[in-house]
Design a protein around this ligand. Sequence first.
Ligand code: PAF
Length: 299
Amino acid sequence: MAEKALIEKQIHGLREQVAAWKQAGLRIGLVPTMGAIHAGHLALVERARAHGCKVGGKVGNKVVASVFVNPKQFGPNEDFAAYPRQLDTDARLLSEAGCDLIYAPQTNSIYPPGFATTVAVSGLTDVLCGASRPGHFAGVTTIVAKLFNQCQPDFAVFGEKDYQQLLVIRQMVRDLDMPVEILAHPIIREPDGLALSSRNTYLSDEQRQTAPRLYATLEEMAAALRAGQAPQAVFAQARKALQQAGFRIDYLELRDPETLQDRLTDAPRLQQPARIFAAAFLGATRLIDNLAVSPASPS
Ligand code: PAF
């Protein structure tokens, strides 16, 4: 049976344990989560465990997962109250995946009365989810900066499902000289292609049947772009197909994978590697997904 992860709710307990591990020469990997743990999070924990493994299989690191539903990254009409909270189940799943310590702070120890600081990245946050969810990324960077300060990890792992979040965090770490290596992990999907998300549990049976069409559409778009079809036509067709399937599209865009600059030009074909980004509602549930796309190599 997997060893149970320690659970710390206070910053001083977290700091003491991390300091002891560092003193023993171990590296600390942080996996920040909002709980409602699924296989996507567990893959991040496994990635953190494997990172820095010494030759010969001896693990040279310890993995901390934070579980905190961060109120600052939810808009006033979003699902903060409904967001699943299940610390016992999360602790069991995280322990089984090899997590060593779960940091599950209370809201008032993260944001005590009088808390007045925001960490915000500009530019990258003006588009996509940043445009649709004002204030969201400032909430994310503020909590991630705090978690980095509290835990002082050597590295942290983020999933590519929140690809824009990953870029924003990388920018913050670069700009503020935070001594944390940022690792990315590919999207984990259900067998039918739906990207794993804690919000998938909100879907009705019928919506769950429809949901994989989002990724299927991205794959069809990538194939059409690779085949040399005109980007504008591919996007127009995909918008129509998603709407017909029952999605309400928030955005469907083609952007640069590093700068997030718009790449949906009138050019007759895709010119350079890019990424398709999608956010779409099924009922009240907002799903996001993204997929890398490259032009066909000249034969
Ligand atoms: O990706 C998430 O679950 C959250 O945005 C994060 C990084 C844990 C910050 O609350």
